[in-house]
Design a protein around this ligand. Structure first.
Ligand SMILES: NC(=O)c1ccc[n+]([C@@H]2O[C@H](COP(=O)([O-])OP(=O)(O)OC[C@H]3O[C@@H](n4cnc5c(N)ncnc54)[C@H](O)[C@@H]3O)[C@@H](O)[C@H]2O)c1
Length: 275
């Protein structure tokens, strides 16, 4: 197989780090992106690859990351927008947006847009690590993407993961005929750093309890399976762009995820917000 250039965000930990290790072992050029310089550097050095640091609570970091990636990579065959998580109480970033919304949706939206020319020229695959949790999302209110009316960390998380799927659909609608292959996935329920810092007690207990981690959740390596598979497989042959996958198979999600007007509206609002 030809070696590909694969950029993975959230690759300092968990699923992203496991995918980076596997793809590097398979001979690809992997670019590791993370928030913590120390952890990101450690992962990159352990697999002998490049790394960049960006904190997605700062859109200026995302803009700088896009500039760096555009300069460092002649082509990008795969962009895995994997960074994300469930966080605590309602909080605004310095950019003025609700934190979960910005980290999980707005930052990867902006990064993808700033890399778009290169992604199209490379006929790239763009993967969103979404979640089965998107099924629990409340009705997305385009006039209240910051959830000012009723914030709760699980509501914000599930909405952001639905937004990952809506973004995938709209990316596909706009750019598939120019060669872009967009896909969203649920990675499985994985024992990673996910959920450790949330104020949602149930999620925190499941995510941190030793027995749950050992017997109920799966490993980061298994959670990375679809990122690795989609990075190497042939779009349009091995999998169909535009959709949502679980365990390497197209999967159903909620009716909202298929709402084309909502996907278009979210794109337009995100564009205006990200500037
Ligand atoms: N673990 C699960 O069970 C599970 C289930 C469904 C979906 N997911 C999704 O998988 C993805 C990876 O999560 P994981 O399980 O590996 O968790 P993790 O906590 O181990 O890793 C999360 C990664 O996201 C990065 N990140 C978090 N906040 C960031 C910020 N402000 N700026 C830049 N990067 C930031 C972290 O640095 C880390 O590299 C997430 O998008 C998560 O929503 C996880």
């Amino acid at each position: 197989m030809t070696a590909r250039t694969v950029v993975i965000t959230g690759a300092s930990d968990g699923i992203g780090a496991a995918a980076a290790r596997q793809l590097a072992a398979n001979g690809h050029r992997v670019v590791v992106v993370g928030r913590s310089e120390k952890k990101t550097r450690a992962v990159a050095e352990s697999i002998g690859t490049e790394w960049f640091r960006a904190d997605f609570t700062r859109l200026d970091d995302v803009r700088k990351l896009a500039l760096d990636l555009n300069a460092a990579c002649a082509r990008i065959d795969v962009l895995a927008n994997n960074a994300g998580g469930i966080f605590g109480a309602a909080k605004r970033t310095g950019d003025g947006f609700e934190t979960t919304f910005q980290i999980n949706h707005l930052a990867p939206f902006l990064l993808t847009k700033l890399l778009l020319d290169k992604l199209i020229a490379s006929r790239a695959t763009v993967i969103q690590t979404a979640s089965v949790g998107a099924r629990l999302a409340p009705r997305i209110d385009l006039d209240d993407l910051n959830m000012e009316r009723r914030f709760e960390s699980m509501r914000a998380y599930s909405a952001s993961k639905l937004e990952n799927i809506l973004f995938t659909r709209e990316l596909h609608r706009r750019y598939h005929d120019r060669g872009l292959n967009a896909v969203a996935i649920h990675p499985g329920n994985v024992a990673s750093g996910f959920g450790a810092g949330t104020d949602n007690r149930l999620v925190r207990v499941i995510a941190t309890n030793r027995l749950f981690r050992r017997y109920v959740l799966t490993t980061p390596e298994k959670g990375a399976d679809q990122l690795v598979w989609l990075s190497e497989a042939r779009p349009g042959v091995d999998w169909q762009p535009g959709g949502y996958y679980e365990k390497r198979k197209p999967a159903r999600t909620s009716a909202q995820a298929a709402d084309a007007d909502l996907a278009r509206g979210l794109w337009e609002r995100s564009d205006a917000m990200a500037g």
